[in-house]
Design a protein around this ligand. Structure first.
Ligand SMILES: *Cc1c(COP(=O)(O)O)cnc(C)c1O
Length: 398
């Protein structure tokens, strides 16, 4: 199979069109519309010459299944095209993509700056593993912007961003931070799961690596775990070598689910955007709600940056409820009929998750506040509004 990218004419197409065509190559598979699920470990060569040929670095069809099959390549090519990168590499989970991106860039003695609003397990990895390897980590205020220059040291190697932040949804000034990083030769890695490459493109804003927990919107149906990282030319060799050194690989069946999800990503996200925003607006005026954390709301502190940089919002946002007793909280969750209580998000279904006070070194969350993380799924939004409103009304009446 040749490299499954689009013919030049189609590069000008809108993203909906590109999602339908990216990574596909019917002519390589007897006309089949979809890339088959190619399983395999051993890849046979018929001659010494072919064997030597396969082992050449950069050969897209490598010599062993751990480096991926046609299914892997198709997905990586499609994501890289969407993110506008040099190339992408797939991982068995979103967290694996985050940890590998950090590991491939750092050495003992380095200093790594991480947003204080980072995804919890990424934070834990930095605190437990990076420090054990002699890497100094420092969390910074997600709203720091260009002032990050004051935290930079000669050995600052990586700045790790996530915007909007996990659980608290602060929007970061990615270009201002990336500008400072570039002046000092540091790498910028961004966890871009919330926006997906449809609504934000980190590499265009100066990041070197963009990460997707494909488990979320790309797979889109809550039935597989997968991560993918896309690098620019500057970071690509380090990212690829790191993944190979650690033996990172993902199964073709899960990748196939991600390829399937990709085809409807744009249309699903449009609905998640609409439902999330409508729900956030409706709940913002409810008397049981202290605040809604959604950068798409004009009143949100991150709104101006979000409007400048993002072309849409996902369905994930935070609801800060006015102080409630444990019995009231419990009643709220059991009254919800359309929202399941559970981890992860990005599937077609709505979720409500009780959030423990997020660990923050800077800008602490008030402990009385109970945060509920909402994922607006693809249900009818009026039904979703009614479901939460009824549950809140009921709780306030007891
Ligand atoms: C879920 C998530 C991850 C981790 O993805 P998994 O596939 O569950 O490992 C990483 N970053 C963010 C922002 C996430 O929401």
């Amino acid at each position: 199979m040749t490299s499954p990218t689009l013919a030049p004419r189609k590069n000008a197409c809108e993203v909906d069109t590109r999602l339908v065509h990216a990574g596909r190559d019917p002519s390589a598979f007897g006309g089949l519309v979809n890339i088959p699920i190619c399983r395999g470990s051993t890849i046979l060569s018929t001659s010494l010459e072919e064997w030597i040929e396969r082992k050449q670095p950069g050969n897209p069809m490598a010599s062993y299944g751990r480096f991926g099959t046609a299914t892997t390549r198709a997905f990586e090519a499609a994501i890289s095209e969407l993110e506008g990168g040099r190339a992408a590499i797939v991982y068995p989970s979103g967290l694996a993509a985050c940890t590998n991106a950090l590991l491939c860039l750092t050495r003992p003695g380095d200093h790594v700056l991480i947003t204080d609003s980072v995804y919890g397990p990424t934070r834990q990895f930095a605190e437990r593993v990076l420090t054990r390897m002699g890497i100094e980590i420092e969390f910074f205020d997600p709203l720091i912007g260009g002032e990050i220059r004051h935290l930079m040291r000669p050995r600052t190697r990586v700045i790790f961003l996530e915007s909007p932040g996990s659980m608290t949804f602060e929007v970061q000034d990615v270009s201002a931070i990336a500008h400072e990083a570039r002046l000092r030769d540091a790498f910028v890695v961004m966890d871009n799961t919330w926006a997906s490459p449809i609504f934000f493109k980190p590499l265009q804003h100066g990041a070197d690596i963009s990460i997707q927990a494909a488990t979320k919107y790309i797979v889109g149906h809550s039935d597989a775990l997968l991560g993918v990282a896309t690098a620019n030319a500057r970071a690509w060799d380090l990212l690829r070598e790191g993944a190979h050194d650690f033996g990172q690989t993902a199964g073709p069946d899960d990748i196939n689910l991600a390829l399937r999800g990709l085809r409807s990503l744009a249309i699903r996200l449009r609905q998640h955007h609409h439902n999330g925003l409508r729900l956030a607006e409706a709940l913002a005026s409810h008397r049981g709600v202290a605040r809604v954390l959604h950068p798409g709301l004009a009143t949100d502190p991150g709104h101006a940056l979000w409007k400048r940089d993002f072309s849409g919002a996902s369905g994930l946002f935070g609801l800060v409820l006015k102080p409630l007793s444990h019995a009231q909280k419990s009643c709220f969750f059991s009254r919800l009929e359309l929202f399941g209580i559970g981890l992860s998000w990005g599937g077609y279904e709505s979720l409500a998750l009780p959030v423990d006070t997020p660990p923050r070194k800077l800008r602490k969350f008030h402990p009385e506040e109970s945060i509920v993380r909402i994922h607006a799924g693809l249900e009818n939004v009026d039904d979703l509004i009614e479901d939460i409103t009824h549950a809140l009304d009921h709780v306030l009446a007891i």
